[in-house]
Every structure is written in C-alpha cells, then in structure tokens.
Design a protein around this ligand. Structure first.
Ligand code: HPA
Ligand code: ZN
Length: 320
C-alpha cells in the first residue's frame, strides 16, 4: 500500500527500543536484565499509567552503553518509519536519562546524530533532533545539560519537556525555555497527557512553546479549546499511547477524530512505538477500525503533520 507523506513529530527514540534489540544489546554489553527472554520482557509491557511505563522505559535504557548502541537503535527506527510513510521525523531523546547512568552526552548525541546525518539518503526520511528534558528532575540540572549540549555544538533543533507530568508544571522550566529560545532553538513540551488543561495554557504562556505534545486534557476546558482552534496550536496526539497508559479508556473512545472535526490542529504520532503497540501506520490503521478514520481524515492528518513541522518551507512544500 502506498502511504501519504507524514511527518512524525512525537517520537522518543528510546521508546523505539524493541524487546529483541533490548535483549541483543544486553548480551552485547553484558548487562544483566531481570528477563530470560523476549517473551518475559514483552509480558512486562502491561501499563496502568504513565509512571508504570516510565519505570520500564528507563530500566531498559541500561542496555544503551556505546555510540554504536545509540546508532543501531536509531537506524532500526528509521528503517521502520520509512515503511510507515514517514518522510520527515523530529526525534526526541532524553539526555539526562543517559547522564544519570554514567553515559556521557557525547555518546548519546554522536551515536544518534551520526545516523540522522544520512537519514534522507539512506531512508528518504529527513530528520531533526530535539533534546527533551525530564520534568521530574530539577531545572538546575536541565540548565547544565542544555549548556553542555550547546557547548559541544550538538546538532539539536529544539528542546522538549517529558517524563512524569503531574506535580511538575511547565512553569518549573521557565528559565530553561528562555535560555533555549535565546539560543535560537524551537520549543515544544508535553502537556495535558495526564496533567490538567491548565498545564497546556502554562506551556503556551510561560514557556512559549510552538507545539503541544499530547494536549488531550485540553478538551476539559472549552475556553482553552476555542483558543487552540483560533491560534491553530499544533497538538501531537498519540492514540495507542493514550490507551496503553490509560489516559483514554479504549481506542473507540479516543477523541482524535472529534478534535479534528472541531477544527483543532491535530496530527497523529507514535510516542514510544516499541512499548505501545505500534508505529505511525499502526496508529492510523487502528483508528480506521476503531473510530472510522477516513481517507479524508488521513489526508488532513498528513497535511497537519507537515505544516506543524520545523521543516524549511522548501522541503515541506515539496512533501505537501
Ligand atoms: N510521556 C511523558 N514522558 C515520556 C513519554 C510520554 O508519553 N514517553 C517518553 N517519555
Ligand atoms: Zn511523548
């Protein structure tokens, strides 16, 4: 089947670590895991909320030790994304999650970036890299890491904000985002995944983000929905993720089509595809069955994704 050209805008590269690759890297690096085989690891992918996922997501990162490990993970993602119709990907990584394990910034950045540098030639997928900061850690640490990334000339296009949301409002990172903005970086943040609609407002007004990752809790606040429609703020919605982490009961109840029909600027993405049941095409196919996503909806989602990207106008218009 031929695919419409999509931009993948909400993807954590560490969330593309498939169980088979986790086991292979564990063997390669002599890392002991509490699972004897891929089946036992897969059985652990039964989440009750965001934190229960994050616990496993961070634990599995123990297998990422060398530049080659980061490069292999990134190459596997790009090969799979290309088959899903992804022609451009803005990829988040979590530098702090590696630093706290003793993996230097350079190892993660250079391993990932070495593969992104040739992604268009190798896979027909242009790419940008976004450094995501962990909101359940102190802002002072994030500021040091941002300075480290800027100091080493890391090829990042933007910064994001992820990890455990409730109790960690966007305003906690006002200085971080001001510094990133001054450095000329694009700004995005997770908001309204598990946290309240007020966090979406705060991400826009205090951090000045250009896109909201998730944003589904905005639906609890009609005035905010009106604002998001009027300002056409991009919302990068991840249906399979929302169901896996129980932010939404079932896919049949997922609001993404209703959001589209209300005039919100939504697009569909895969978040952590190795953990939540699939890549961009899997999300679209599942929505087709569960909520009757039509070809016209797909076209709108594809166009929204490209328009919400940070692509230069030339390539964006060529893909549209
Ligand atoms: N939410 C918050 N933090 C994350 C996620 C997510 O879905 N995936 C990886 N880090
Ligand atoms: Zn996410």
């Amino acid at each position: 089947m031929t695919h419409l050209p999509f931009a993948e805008l909400h993807l954590h590269i560490e969330g593309t670590l498939e169980p088979e690759l986790v086991m292979e890297l564990a063997r390669r690096n002599g890392v002991a895991l509490p699972y004897d085989d891929v089946g036992e690891l897969r059985a652990a992918y039964d989440f009750t909320d965001l934190q229960s996922f994050l616990d496993l997501y961070y634990a599995n990162m123990a297998v990422l030790r060398t530049r080659q490990d980061f490069a292999d993970m990134t190459a596997a993602y790009l090969a799979r994304a290309a088959t899903a119709g992804v022609r451009h990907a803005e990829i988040m990584f979590d530098p702090q999650a590696h630093l706290v394990r003793g993996v230097p910034l350079e190892v993660a950045v250079e391993g990932i970036a070495s593969v992104l540098a040739t992604s268009e030639d190798d896979h027909g997928v242009s790419t940008l890299l976004i450094a995501a900061f962990l909101r359940d850690r102190p802002e002072a640490e994030a500021l040091d890491v941002l300075d480290g990334l800027l100091g080493m000339g890391a090829p990042i296009a933007g910064v994001g904000l992820d990890s455990a949301e409730i109790g960690h409002p966007p305003a906690k990172f006002a200085r971080l985002f001001a510094r990133a903005r001054a450095a000329g970086l694009h700004l995005v943040a997770h908001a309204g995944e598990e946290g309240p609609a007020a966090y979406v407002t705060e991400a826009l007004d205090v951090l000045g983000v250009e896109r909201i990752d998730h944003g589904i809790r905005a639906l609890d606040d009609d005035a905010l929905v009106s604002r998001l429609v009027a300002e056409q703020v991009p919302l990068t919605v991840c249906p399979l993720s929302n169901v896996a982490l129980r932010a939404v009961g079932t896919l049949a109840e997922h609001p993404v089509v209703a959001m589209l029909e209300r005039g919100l600027n939504v697009s569909v993405h895969s978040d952590d595809p190795a953990y939540f049941g699939g890549y961009l095409d899997d999300n679209l196919d599942a929505l087709t069955t569960a909520v009757g996503l039509t070809r016209a909806h797909r076209v709108r989602l594809a166009e929204n994704s490209l328009r919400a990207s940070f692509l230069p106008a030339g390539r964006r218009d060529a893909l549209l």
